[in-house]
Design a binder for this molecule. Sequence first.
Ligand SMILES: Nc1nc2c(ncn2[C@@H]2O[C@H](COP(=O)(O)OP(=O)(O)O)[C@@H](O)[C@H]2O)c(=O)[nH]1
Ligand SMILES: Nc1ncnc2c1ncn2[C@@H]1O[C@H](COP(=O)(O)OP(=O)(O)O)[C@@H](O)[C@H]1O
Length: 207
Amino acid sequence: MRDSKTKAMAGPRPVVLSGPSGAGKSTLLKKLIKEYDSVFGFSVSHTTRNPRPGEENGKDYHYVTREVMQAGIDNGDFIENAEFSGNMYGTSKAAVQDVQAKNLICILDIDMQGVRNIKGTNLNPIYISIQPPSIEILEKRLRDRKTESEESLQKRLHAAKVEMEFSKEPGAFDVIIVNDSLEDAYGQLKNALLEEINKVKKISMSS
Ligand SMILES: Nc1nc2c(ncn2[C@@H]2O[C@H](COP(=O)(O)OP(=O)(O)O)[C@@H](O)[C@H]2O)c(=O)[nH]1
Ligand SMILES: Nc1ncnc2c1ncn2[C@@H]1O[C@H](COP(=O)(O)OP(=O)(O)O)[C@@H](O)[C@H]1O
């Protein structure tokens, strides 16, 4: 009784999107933020990888050197950080606070190490896994995206197999979405977040 009351009164929870590189996380979250720009905000991570054509510093990532990133980690500026495919990635405390200061639901796009580490914090997000229909389709999508060298692609495919296994661990995720048809996957994502979307709408109507 008490638990359900606390749950009903709780504010909107952050959202974690995770899953293999190429599964469609950025495509889905960009669609979501576009449709609900007064509800969701993106947690801009730091990374040591190079920007891809079309990516913007401060919007897609904060692009930094290893030295700068490590100094920030040592300074306690990060909630979590991980090494992925030869580069460092991390969520700074400021990235999440910037979104929450605007009263938006914070969406994090992080790998499985990030998921594990966030579970040890008090962020209490909804964990959503985005999965490809198959490893073959994932490879085709990653190749068609034309952002990776052959070496980087192979590293991502290797990591993808591990990420796909992790998603099967009981309790790893609250929701698993297979991104076959984009429209179906987006519908499932919206459905999973309906309760949180309604909470934000209620709060903004009452203020
Ligand atoms: N742990 C962690 N992982 C991150 C962070 N930002 C991005 N990632 C993950 O790093 C991986 C690589 O991201 P990226 O280089 O943008 O490649 P993409 O996933 O192929 O578009 C993905 O699994 C992301 O979810 C972060 O701040 N922390
Ligand atoms: N349902 C889908 N069907 C076909 N292609 C897709 C689908 N979802 C995403 N894509 C494409 O697959 C590639 C990988 O998607 P992306 O959003 O970059 O993945 P992630 O952020 O998980 O690495 C992109 O080129 C994207 O346009």
